[in-house]
Design a protein around this ligand. Structure first.
Ligand SMILES: *Cc1c(COP(=O)(O)O)cnc(C)c1O
Length: 393
């Protein structure tokens, strides 16, 4: 392989590939649990770490490692561990470095299961948590205590696409000697680079744009080699959130087309956001690529584009939101996102139904709010689908 510095699209086709002796074009799928050794001495050396090689696919696997290496090249990370789902990635990234008596500061607007991990699971193990409005830097600053070990956020947030100033929170984290973990799913690794903005650890649900074709669950944690060696290596080996090699193979194929898909979906999302913003039945449109986004200046600073998600609020509340969803013919009702297929969801009754009404109100998740994940269909067909459905509201 060349020693030249390659651009992302090239890395996503070639990066991390480990060809076998057969010289296959496509990445090989090593669907194996374990590995055999030529001798007892070789097994001993492998276990001692004196000889390179694989031991067991819960620890590492050649196909999974190709996926990890390709993601490291994309993210600019030194090391990574691929996981069975996005939630395995987020929960391992957080729990591997915490113990009883530690304190975590978390943005309050989180993907539903992430919020459960922070709010419900951590306190069971004696980890204290403070939730803050992620947009309010002084709230982050005031929440930090001497025992604060981890700061956690996602940006843009699900489902209201609020944006957190990652560089500013990273500066506070560094000052406090804490670790900043960023869930970067909504921005995708193409439009936002948390490690360059000062974050210590990035987690993804690879289920979303990285697969992007509705097939496999997956996740990944990326960071420095030191952080992974110190915190994640043993935790990962012994708790077993590992990604299946089959899923790693599928996700490697997903990475080859990631830039094309995400660019197209982003262009379509921007057009749809602009058209929805002019609709009389819609109270507000939230899209990080628009000038009227509440944190447009931060978006411009830390994101290369507005990404593939649009949130909008219907004036007619829940009845209007349901009528619109039920009248759509191409855009399907589903809580997934980042897919080739356009998907719409009503967060208040699906992904965020477990939150209390008060917390939903605090997060801006009203009864008329819909979250649209823009897919790869022709944008004109999507616009027509939305406008015909809106006319029936
Ligand atoms: C989907 C998602 C997750 C969880 O990922 P799974 O692959 O479904 O486990 C975590 N965070 C965000 C922001 C997500 O969108």
């Amino acid at each position: 392989m060349t020693t030249r510095k390659l651009k992302a699209a090239t890395q996503l086709v070639h990066g991390g590939t480990a060809r076998s002796a057969y010289g296959e074009t496509s990445e090989a799928l090593y669907l194996t649990q374990g590995f055999v050794y030529d001798s007892a001495e070789a097994a001993e050396a492998r276990f001692k770490g004196e000889e390179p090689g694989f031991i067991y696919s819960r620890y590492a696997n050649p196909t999974t490692e190709m996926f990890e290496k390709r993601m490291c090249l994309l993210e600019g990370a030194e090391d990574a561990r691929a996981t069975a789902s996005g939630m395995a990635a987020v929960s391992a990234a957080l729990m591997c470095q915490l113990q009883a008596g530690d304190h975590v500061v978390s943005a309050r607007a989180l993907f539903g299961s992430c919020r459960w991990v922070v709010e419900q699971l951590m306190p069971r193990y004696g980890i204290e948590v403070t939730f803050v409005d992620g947009r309010d830097l002084s709230a982050w600053e005031q929440a930090i205590r001497p025992n604060t070990r981890v700061l956690f956020l996602e940006s843009p947030t699900n489902p209201t696409l609020e944006v957190v100033d990652i560089a500013a929170v990273a500066a506070l984290s560094r000052q406090a000697g804490a670790t900043l973990v960023v869930d970067n799913v909504f921005a995708t690794p193409l439009w936002q680079r948390p490690l360059e903005l000062g974050a210590d650890v990035v987690a993804y649900s690879a289920t979303k744009h990285i697969d992007g074709q509705g097939r496999c669950l997956g996740g990944i944690i990326l960071s420095s080699k030191d952080w992974i060696d110190e915190h994640l290596h043993d935790y990962f080996r012994h708790t077993g959130p590992s990604m299946s090699p089959f899923n790693a193979w599928t996700l490697l194929k997903g990475l080859e087309t990631l830039p094309l898909r995400v660019a197209q979906q982003t262009t379509s999302a921007g057009r749809i956001a602009d058209i929805l913003a002019d609709e009389a039945k819609i109270a507000r449109v939230i899209y990080p690529g628009r000038n009227d986004h509440p944190q447009a200046a931060i978006c411009a600073r830390q994101m290369q584009a507005g990404s593939t998600m649009v949130a909008f609020e219907l004036k007619g509340g829940k009845a209007a939101a349901y009528a619109l969803q039920n009248a759509l013919e191409i855009i399907r009702i589903s809580n997934n996102l980042g897919d080739a297929k356009s998907l719409i969801t009503h967060p208040a009754t699906t992904t965020h139904k477990n939150l209390s009404e008060d917390i939903r109100t605090e997060l801006g998740i009203g009864p008329g709010l819909l979250r649209l994940s823009v897919g790869l269909e022709d944008v004109d067909d999507l616009i027509e689908d939305l406008s015909v459905a809106l006319s029936k509201v």
